[in-house]
Ligand binder design. Structure first.
Ligand SMILES: Cc1cc2nc3c(=O)[nH]c(=O)nc-3n(C[C@H](O)[C@H](O)[C@H](O)COP(=O)(O)O)c2cc1C
Length: 382
C-alpha cells in the first residue's frame, strides 16, 4: 500500500507537478519550495502525512555505523547535499521524507546577500541546474539557532552544517577568510552532528583560494585548533585533475578531518550547449562521471583513512549503487529532489536494497568500494 502511494507520488510529481513548476522561474520556485517545506515542518498533520507516506523500513540492510566518522550511525546512506536549504529551516520535512542526514548551508560567518539574480537556470535536457547563488544565507549567528533546534529535535536525521567563507570583500583576504571559517566552526560547536567545510564554491567573486594545497594546509591548521563535537568532512572541487585532487587529499589526511564529500558543482561547460551569458555552474547529470572517477580514485588511495560521501548526478538506485561500489559510504542528492520530487528518497532506498540483495550483500557497508579497482583499470584518466 505504502509503495503504491510512493509510486503514485513519483508519477504525480514528474508527470503533473514538475511540468507546471518548470514553467515558473527557478528562483521563484526555489523560494516557494522552501516555504512549503517550512510550512509542512510546522504542522503536525503534514508532518504525520509526510512521515507515513515516505516511510520505508529496511534499516538492517541500509544502516551503518561509520567508525572512521567518529562512530556516527546512519539509518541509510542517503542524505541531502548542501545548497537546498541554506538556513536550515526545513529539517523536519527533510527527516520526514526519509533522509538519514542533511548538509544544510552553506552558511558563512556573516550575512551574505548572494550574487545578482537570477541565481538559477534550468537545463532539463541535461538534468541539470545552473547555480549562481554566491552563498546567500543569513549568517552563522542566525543559522546556529535554527540548526541547533533541528539537531536537538531530530530523532533519526544527522543534522550537518556546511560552512563556507563569506562572499564579500572583507573575507577576500586569506587570513580573514580563515578566521571566517574558524568563527563559524566555533559558533556551531555542539549544535550539529557533523560539519562540512566547503572549500569549493565556484560562485564567489574571490574564487576558491583554499583549493590550493598550501592555503588549504593553512586553513586546516587553524581549524584543527577549534574544538568540534562531531566529525568533519571537506567538500571537494570537481574541476581538478587527479594529480591536483590528490595533492589536496595529501593535505587533508594530515589534519583533523574524517571525510571528503565528492564533489561540488561543475565549472567546465565542454560538450554542453549553454547560453554564454548564463552565469553559474552545473549540478546534476553533467557532474556524475567526474564525481564517480574521483570517488573511486580517492577510495583506492585514502579509503582506509577517509569516509567518502559521494554526490553528483544521482537520480536512480543504480546511480547510487554505482557510487557506493566505487567507494562512497554515504550518497547525497540535491538535483534529484528538484527533478523527481520527495518520493525519490523511498524510491532510491527500495531500489538500492534490491540491488544489494541481488548481489548478495547483506549490508550496504559490504558493497562499499567493491568495484573501485576494476573501474580504475578501465577508466580514462581525468
Ligand atoms: C541549488 C543548489 C545550490 C547549491 N549550493 C551549494 C552550497 O551552498 N554549498 C555546497 O557545498 N554545494 C552547493 N551545491 C552543490 C551540491 O551540493 C552538489 O555538490 C551538486 O549539485 C551535485 O549534486 P547533484 O547532482 O545531486 O545536484 C548546490 C547545488 C544546487 C543544485
Amino acid at each position: 500500500m505504502r509503495w503504491f502511494l510512493q509510486k503514485c507520488a513519483l508519477f504525480f510529481y514528474v508527470r503533473l507537478v514538475k511540468p507546471v513548476l518548470f514553467r515558473i522561474l527557478p528562483d521563484v520556485i526555489h523560494e516557494k519550495m522552501l516555504t512549503l517545506s517550512k510550512f509542512a515542518s510546522r504542522h503536525a498533520l503534514f508532518r504525520w502525512f509526510i512521515r507515513y507516506s515516505m516511510k520505508y523500513d529496511n534499516q538492517k540492510v541500509l544502516a551503518q555505523k561509520l567508525d572512521k566518522f567518529k562512530g556516527l550511525k546512519f539509518d541509510n546512506p542517503f542524505g541531502l547535499g548542501a545548497g537546498f536549504d541554506k538556513n536550515a529551516v526545513t529539517a523536519t520535512a527533510i527527516e520526514g521524507i526519509g533522509f538519514a542526514y542533511a548538509a544544510f548551508g552553506s552558511t558563512t560567518a556573516r550575512f551574505c546577500p548572494g550574487n545578482e539574480r537570477p541565481w538559477f537556470h534550468r537545463l532539463p535536457e541535461y538534468k541539470s541546474l545552473m547555480v549562481n547563488v554566491g552563498l546567500a544565507n543569513d549568517g552563522v549567528d542566525v543559522v546556529s539557532k535554527t540548526i541547533s533546534n533541528a539537531h536537538s529535535s531530530s530523532t533519526t536525521l544527522k543534522v550537518g552544517q556546511s560552512i563556507a567563507r563569506t562572499n564579500d570583500a572583507k573575507a577576500a583576504d586569506d587570513a580573514e577568510g580563515i578566521e571566517d571559517y574558524a568563527h563559524s566552526l566555533q559558533k556551531l560547536f555542539g549544535k550539529t552532528a557533523y560539519i562540512e567545510i566547503n572549500i569549493s564554491c565556484p560562485n564567489t567573486f574571490k574564487g576558491e583560494p583554499f583549493t590550493d594545497p598550501a592555503r588549504l594546509d593553512a586553513l586546516l591548521t587553524r581549524l584543527d585548533a577549534v574544538e568540534r563535537s562531531g566529525p568533519v568532512t571537506l567538500k571537494m572541487p570537481s574541476d581538478k585533475t587527479w594529480e591536483e585532487f590528490r595533492e589536496l587529499l595529501e593535505v587533508v589526511v594530515k589534519h583533523d578531518v574524517q571525510g571528503v564529500t565528492i564533489s561540488n558543482l561543475r565549472k567546465n561547460r565542454e560538450n554542453l550547449e549553454i547560453p554564454e551569458e548564463w552565469k553559474g555552474n552545473l549540478s546534476g547529470a553533467p557532474t556524475k562521471d567526474k564525481s564517480d572517477y574521483l570517488v573511486a580514485k580517492t577510495f583506492l588511495e585514502y579509503g582506509d583513512r577517509l569516509v567518502i560521501t559521494g554526490l553528483g548526478g544521482i537520480f536512480t538506485p543504480k546511480d547510487a549503487y554505482r557510487k557506493i561500489k566505487l567507494g562512497a559510504s554515504l550518497v547525497s542528492i540535491v538535483s534529484a529532489l528538484m527533478f523527481e520530487g520527495p518520493a525519490v528518497v523511498p524510491y532510491l532506498k527500495r531500489g538500492l536494497v534490491k540491488l544489494l540483495k541481488e548481489d548478495g550483500f547483506e549490508n550496504v557497508r559490504k558493497a562499499v568500494g567493491t568495484a573501485a579497482t576494476k573501474y580504475a583499470q578501465s577508466s580514462k584518466e581525468w
